[in-house]
Design a binder for this molecule. Structure first.
Ligand code: C2E
Ligand code: CA
Ligand code: CA
Length: 449
């Protein structure tokens, strides 16, 4: 009787501290073990949280069985290393490692061990998949004084590693601040889009064949009531991951088209380029929405360019192509933005209804002096010409770069040397200083402010 009670108790105890499926120690056990190490006044330890990046996609697309199989395969690999460190499973796709060694060399070894152990090919019943992991880590006592804080901070480092697409990151207090800021911006973005906190700046595109400013690019900014101006790089990605990008793009298109109408009334003939995110192109009726907005504003579709990045096209090329084909058929121009930073193949480029290629500023900022950048820019200009694409160089910050691009047959120039992005009213004043929208290429006025 006593034996049965003891066995039952041992089993309940085991269950409380291990996961049902893989039988690995769970989060509760990790909390207890960290508390134990702190109570016994150990000198220090390292805590790593790491995640199998492919898990969610496999689980959703191939089903729960594959997900479970993957968890078991990962657990088996980790348990084989148990002599070296203690492993835990926190969530189906997330594990942790606790090790008392805290010399830098030992830490690097530990991190490499798991990254190598879980990465690479794994054979599941029906398929073989190549796995990748991301990890975030922190130290006791440097990064926290209790289990909750340490786990939280290793989690922040993990999140940051995934966001930056790097294999591993050590926690830093600046990450916690930026994580807090992210939470705040995520909550307040809806209000910003619905309320009146977004605004557009416009940056001119100079036509190098005619010396005229005949297009502008619309660039969104968030004027936060307390934080001031927030640049798009800080909130577009949040809008994309929280499902708010459709509302944001909608707002941008409406306001850009409205401004085009105002300029038209003032006698300026301008086209506008609008940035569209990869997430927009996944939405099936995006093309109809854009066309409706154009119809409502009574704008000429040929005055509108849609800028998409190479990576946006790589994510779901078929769906993106359907949308872009329809917009192009209806008269809009399609521009490939940030060209050179992604990995679009020539065959992919050929399928696109694109009419413009924008060479990324990374290759343009120093194009007048850097031979490597010259080679890339020159070959891109040639490639674009062969495909019958108009070329735009962005990021022109000096006269020499503008001269080099003009001489090398580039069609359009955009950059601080010509004008920074400006609010519409300010740009109107700037346009008024030009003679019939002609930019003084010979004697450029330096509008850097
Ligand atoms: P992008 O589309 O590549 O826009 C060009 C960025 O380069 C702009 O930054 C612009 O201010 C900057 N730039 C222009 N000329 C120069 C120059 O001569 N030198 C340097 N160093 N930079 C220059 P911005 O406005 O901060 O926008 C950053 C990114 O945010 C944009 O990159 C675009 O990807 C995204 N973005 C902006 N507005 C929107 C929007 O309405 N929707 C979406 N989906 N993304 C947007
Ligand atoms: Ca752009
Ligand atoms: Ca760009």
């Amino acid at each position: 009787m006593n034996k049965a009670v003891n066995e039952r108790e041992a089993e309940l105890n085991f269950r409380a501290y291990h996961t049902d499926l893989t039988k690995m120690p769970n989060k509760r056990k990790l909390f207890d073990d960290i508390d134990y190490l702190i109570r016994k006044e150990c000198d220090g330890f390292l805590l790593i949280r790491f995640r199998v990046l492919e898990f969610e996609e496999l689980n959703f697309s191939l089903g729960l069985d594959i997900g479970e199989e993957l968890q078991l395969a990962a657990a088996n690999r980790l348990m084989a290393l148990e002599d070296e460190a203690q492993f835990y499973q926190l969530y189906p796709s997330e594990f942790a490692l606790l090790t008392a060694c805290n010399t830098v060399q030992a830490d690097e070894q530990s991190i490499n061990v798991i990254l190598q152990c879980l990465s690479g090919l794994v054979n599941l019943q029906r398929i073989s998949v190549t796995l990748h992991t991301a990890s975030g880590y922190c130290y006791y006592p440097k990064h926290g004084e209790n289990a909750r804080e340490l786990l939280h901070n290793a989690g922040i480092a993990l999140q940051q590693a995934m966001k930056l697409k790097v294999p591993s990151l050590e926690f830093a207090s600046s990450m916690a601040e930026s994580a807090l800021m992210r939470v705040r911006l995520t909550h307040e973005l809806t209000e910003a889009i619905e309320g009146d906190q977004l605004t557009l700046h416009f940056q001119p595109k100079l036509n190098l064949k005619t010396s005229r400013i005949d297009k502008v690019e619309a660039l969104v900014r968030w004027i936060h009531p307390e934080l001031g101006m927030i640049p798009p790089d800080e909130f577009i990605e949040i809008a994309e991951t929280t499902g708010q990008i459709d509302a944001l793009t909608d707002w941008v298109i409406k306001n850009a088209l409205n401004q085009l109408g105002i300029w038209k009334e003032l006698g300026f003939s301008l086209g506008v380029a609008i940035n569209v995110s990869a997430v927009n192109l996944k939405q099936k009726c995006f093309d109809s929405q854009v066309l409706n907005l154009i119809a409502q504003c009574g704008c000429d579709a040929s005055m509108i360019t849609i800028e998409v990045t190479e990576s946006a096209l790589a994510e779901d090329p078929e769906q993106a192509l359907l949308i872009l084909d329809r917009l192009s058929d209806c008269g809009l121009s399609i521009s490939i933005d940030d060209y050179g930073t992604g990995y679009s193949s020539l065959s992919q480029l050929k399928q696109l209804p694109a009419s413009e290629l924008k060479i990324d500023k990374a290759f343009i900022l120093n194009v007048a002096t850097d031979e490597h950048d010259k080679t890339i820019a020159r070959s891109t200009l040639r490639l674009a010409q062969q495909f019958g694409l108009r070329t735009v160089a962005e990021g022109i910050e000096d006269k020499a770069s503008l001269k080099w691009l003009t001489e090398n047959g580039c069609d359009y120039a955009q950059g601080y040397f010509i004008s920074r992005p400006q609010p519409a009213e300010q740009l109107t004043l700037w346009l008024n200083t030009l003679n019939e929208q002609s930019w003084p290429i010979e004697e450029p006025v330096n509008y850097l402010s």
